[in-house]
Structures are given as C-alpha cells and as structure tokens.
Design a protein around this ligand. Structure first.
Ligand SMILES: Cc1cc2nc3c(=O)[nH]c(=O)nc-3n(C[C@H](O)[C@H](O)[C@H](O)COP(=O)(O)OP(=O)(O)OC[C@H]3O[C@@H](n4cnc5c(N)ncnc54)[C@H](O)[C@@H]3O)c2cc1C
Length: 523
C-alpha cells in the first residue's frame, strides 16, 4: 500500500468513509485561504465530536500524516495550508454544540467549530454575550479559529483581543491525549477562573493551532448592553486620528473603534451605494429597535449622505454601548468633546451599518472584486506615529510598482485595549479569484463584484510587497495576532524563549503532525 492509501484507509476506519472527503475540487478548496493556495491535501476530514478528533490524531500518528486544522477558513496567513501532499485538512465546523451555559457564573462552553455569529445568536435570548464577541468575519469564523489565531474587533476597544474572553480550552494534543487547561481534576465543572497558577489557557491562545486541536472553548460572558449608538469623525492627519483613538480608548468610552483612509472609503462607496446601506439599515434597525429608531438613523444618514468622503484624509468610527441611555449619552458627549479637538463630526453611516449588522457575509474580496490581503501590526499608541511615517514612505517608494501591477494599498486602524493601536495595511490587486472567494461570497454580491483577469506578475509583486511590509513591522518591534506562518514570531526571541517553545511543541506533538510550520516552528 502506498502511504496515501494507507493514510486514507486509516481515516476511513476512524471516522467513517462518508466523512473522509477526497474529491479533488473539495481538497483544493479546503487547502486554500483568503490569500492563496496550499498544496492540495489528500483528504478533508469532518469529525463531529471530540472522540472523532482523537481517532483522527491516532490514525495520523500511525500513517505519519500532517493534520492542518481548519475552522471557518477565513484567514490569510497560510495558517492551515498544507505544505506537502501527505496531509489532511481537519474541518472542525461539525463541532458546534453549546455544551453548557451558566447565567449565574456568566460562562459558556461551546465546541470550537461554533461560529461567533452562532454563539451570539444563542446567547442573545439570555441577555448575554461573550466578553470579546467576535471578528467581523464571525458569520463564518469559528471560536477555535478566533482563539488560535487571536482575533480583534467586537469588544476590543474596551477589552482587547479574543484572549481576554478565554477561560479554558479542551485541546486534543498531537499525542492523542486530551488536555483541559482549566478543569480541576475531580470536578465536572467547566472553567470559571483563569489565573489559577501558571496560565495554561493563555499558552494555547494565539498558538496558530500548532500546540493542539481545540475541541471546546469556555468563554467569559457579560450582560448585553441595553442601548448603543455611534459617532464618526473626519480627521486631516493620522496624528489627529491616532491621538483621538488613544484618548477614547484610555477612557474606555467606545467598545469598538475603527478608522480608515478616506480614499479607501471612497473606493468602497462605489460598490456599497448609499441606497443599499439605507435599505439594509432600515430592515435591520427596524427589526431590532423598532420603526422610530430606524427612521432616526435613516434621517441622520440621508442628511450626511456621503459628503463626509471628501475633504479629509481619515475617518474614525466610534461604537458605544451602555446599560442605560443616560450613561450612553454621557459617554457620547465626552467622546464628541474629545474628538472635536482634532477632527469634525460626519455622518456615522459606516459605523451604523456595522452596529446594525455585525456579522455580514465576509467580504473576502475588496472593492470592484479586487483580491485583498490584510496585514497588521499592533503598536503602543506612543510608537504608532513613527511606524506610520515609515510606512507612508515605503508606500510612496512603491507607488510606481503598484501602479504598474494594478495594486493599491490602504490602511485601516482599530483600538485594541487601552494601550495599543492595530495598524492594518490592506493590499488590493486585480486578479482572478480562487474557488474559496466564489464559494464564500453570497450570490447577490457576485452579480456586483466580478473577478479580474489573471495577473501572475501582480501576484508575485504582492508577495514581495507583503514581505517588505512585514519586515518593516519587525523593525518597529510590533506584535501580531494571526501569526500563522506569516509573522516572525520566533525570529527575534532569546535562545531561552525559542528553546522553551520548541520543547513544548515536542512535548504536545512529538511527531510534529499538527499544523507543522505554524508559529515559526520548523515544518
Ligand atoms: C472579511 C474578513 C473580515 C475579517 N475580520 C476580522 C476581524 O474583524 N478581526 C480579526 O481578528 N480577524 C478578522 N479576519 C481574519 C480571520 O477571519 C480571523 O482571524 C478569524 O478569527 C479566523 O477564524 P477561522 O475560524 O476562519 O480560522 P481559520 O482560518 O480556519 O484558521 C485560523 C488558524 O486557527 C487554527 N485553528 C482553527 N480552528 C482551530 C481549532 N479548533 N484548534 C486549533 N487550531 C485551530 C488554524 O489551524 C489556523 O492556524 C477577517 C477576515 C476576513 C476575510
């Protein structure tokens, strides 16, 4: 028997032939991410519970098959792409049960393939939500992906990243054993308190899945806010935007804050016409908050229109929430006073759309159907201006190449906790789509957004540009979420740090079968 036949026979015996998918199109689809293709895996494995994940690991050990763990597949950091053909994709989206919810202790334990949107929908009737409650890709992105990648957005201006909500993980290790990072030996009780001794839960957050396969996640919950609103400001300089974002984050006035270059908003406005936004908002706000609130929001947007897209360089959106309208009004008032020192208030159209519909179908392509590759670096507020100056100089130097290859780069920003700014250059380029893009985008958008013609030289240039930008981020000693195989996590660490991590990997996955190459560990 060849190695491949032996491996497939083992997986079929472990979880049943119908959950070992081997057709070429599915294997190719699951072996690519939003950025690019990996080597197609031998099979896509679809376990339905933890015991099947364990059976898969044991079978992979016997046939020495690499396992690349995939949640929603919404990343773009090569994080789960197979390196060689003797690999299988473990698709965790079949594990989506909510195992337990305690409205008294404010904790929930859900299987890792549950999406952030599914969790939020399940918690809403209880008046609860997770403390960090998802990335914008949460209609597809999973709890396991968010915890292993490290994610930011909903709740991040106040609480930081996905790690802030993690209380405990159930992890199937590369040895086939199960590790529960927080459960106490003799107890059936789910995780409820994280800092009990050295933080093993923390060890598995942001591990790019290199340390094991998370099968369940226990999250800290909080009461859902009763009221919410948003304000948006236009700024003439990055410094004005960044100073305001830092001041607002320090005071904890916004639950989410994101900003972008006005030029990007203008580009996107071509696709998402005001009328479309108005229609969507009308439906969503009316369903959630009644006809009065919907009318108020529409009037605000109709008055502001898209005039805010001219005459400024950056736009900042501040999403605020509170448990009563008096508190919300005070926060908004304070925020407006702070922001008015550096910018001018504009229509809050984009912020209102995000607040009304936090988990839309993920936009895996950019304006006019361009391909996209987001990169990011997290810097303390005090270091953001220096990085920005260097980044803009780099972008200016690359302008002629970008134009020649039909590439453009815009920056978006987000506040992550009180100390840091997430600076996210997004590369857009004209190119054909991967099957993943067509499989993810809803049909109605595919009639508006179209793939470009194949642009292999542009694609190669994008890869060179990606490496140049990542190197600039490294020089500025920035931190990253979504490490995957894209960021130099181990490169500048002390020998002791590298050695500890390698020994840890060796302990939990001695055959190096789980996500080999992720987290900067040897492939
Ligand atoms: C349109 C769009 C919007 C986005 N918005 C945001 C955003 O607002 N904030 C943000 O932070 N990111 C965002 N992202 C990036 C990405 O979607 C997130 O990082 C998300 O958390 C990835 O989750 P996933 O389930 O799709 O993970 P995948 O892409 O499937 O996997 C990501 C990594 O996690 C590992 N992994 C997945 N599940 C497990 C598991 N159960 N056990 C162990 N390892 C596992 C994989 O092996 C891989 O290393 C966005 C992406 C797109 C395309």
């Amino acid at each position: 028997m060849t190695a491949a036949i032996e491996a497939l026979a083992g997986f079929r015996a472990s979880i049943g032939a119908d959950r070992v998918i081997t057709d070429a199109a599915t294997c190719a689809l699951y072996s690519q991410d939003v950025y690019r293709r990996g080597t197609p895996a031998l099979a896509v494995l679809q376990p339905q519970d933890r015991s099947e994940v364990i059976a898969i690991v044991q079978s992979a050990r016997a046939s020495r098959t690499a396992l690349h763990v995939r949640g929603g597949g919404m990343s773009y950091t090569d994080a789960y792409l197979p390196i060689d053909g003797h690999s299988a994709i473990v698709d965790l989206t079949g594990l989506k049960r909510i195992r337990s919810l305690s409205t008294l202790d404010l904790t929930v334990t859900a299987e890792s393939g549950c999406t952030w949107a599914e969790l939020d929908t399940a918690l809403a009737p209880h008046g609860l939500r997770a403390k960090f409650w998802g990335p914008m890709s949460g209609a597809r992105a999973t709890l396991g992906g968010g915890m292993s990648q490290g994610a930011a957005t909903f709740g991040s201006a106040r609480h930081g990243t996905s790690a802030s909500a993690a209380l405990g993980f159930e992890v199937v290790l590369g040895t086939g054993e199960t590790l529960d990072t927080a459960r106490l030996g003799h107890s059936e009780r789910e995780a409820f308190f994280r800092p009990y001794g050295p933080d093993l839960t923390g060890l598995f957050t942001g591990d790019a899945g290199a340390l094991g396969i998370k099968t369940a996640v226990t999250l800290q919950l909080e009461p859902r806010p009763a009221v919410r609103d948003s304000v948006s400001f236009a700024f003439d300089s990055f410094e004005a935007l960044a100073t305001t974002a830092a001041a607002v984050a320090r005071r904890g006035l916004a639950t989410e804050m994101f900003g972008l270059e006005t030029a990007l908003a203008r580009l996107a406005a071509g696709d998402a016409a005001l009328a479309q936004d108005l229609g969507m908002l009308w439906q969503v706000v009316r369903a959630q908050h009644g006809i009065g609130a919907a009318l108020k929001q529409l009037l605000r947007m109709a008055r502001g229109g898209r005039r805010f897209l001219s005459g400024s360089t950056y736009i900042g959106h501040f999403l605020c929430e509170a448990h009563d309208s008096r508190r919300l009004a005070l926060d908004l008032q304070e925020l407006r006073t702070m922001a008015a020192e550096h910018g001018r208030e504009v229509a809050n159209s984009m912020a209102a759309v995000v607040q009304a519909q936090p988990f839309p179908a993920p936009m895996v392509v950019g304006p006019a159907g361009r391909r996209l590759l987001p990169l990011h670096v997290i810097l303390p507020h005090s270091a953001a201006a220096a990085f920005h100056a260097d980044f803009i100089a780099l972008r200016d130097r690359e302008a002629a190449h970008c134009a020649a290859h039909r590439v453009c780069v815009f920056v978006v920003f987000a506040a992550v906790g009180p100390s840091a700014l997430l600076y996210e250059p997004v590369i857009y380029w004209e190119d054909e789509w991967l099957p993943l893009h067509a499989a993810t985008l809803p049909t109605e958008l595919q009639s508006v957004l179209k793939p470009g013609v194949a642009n292999p030289e542009g694609r190669e240039y994008v890869e060179r540009l990606r490496l140049t930008i990542v190197e600039l981020m490294r020089q500025h000693a920035g931190a990253h979420l979504q490490i995957g195989r894209a960021y130099p996590y181990l490169q500048d660490r002390s020998p002791a740090f590298r050695s500890l991590l390698r020994q840890l990997k060796n302990e939990v996955d001695p055959l190096n079968l789980i996500n080999p190459g992720a987290l900067g560990l040897p492939p």
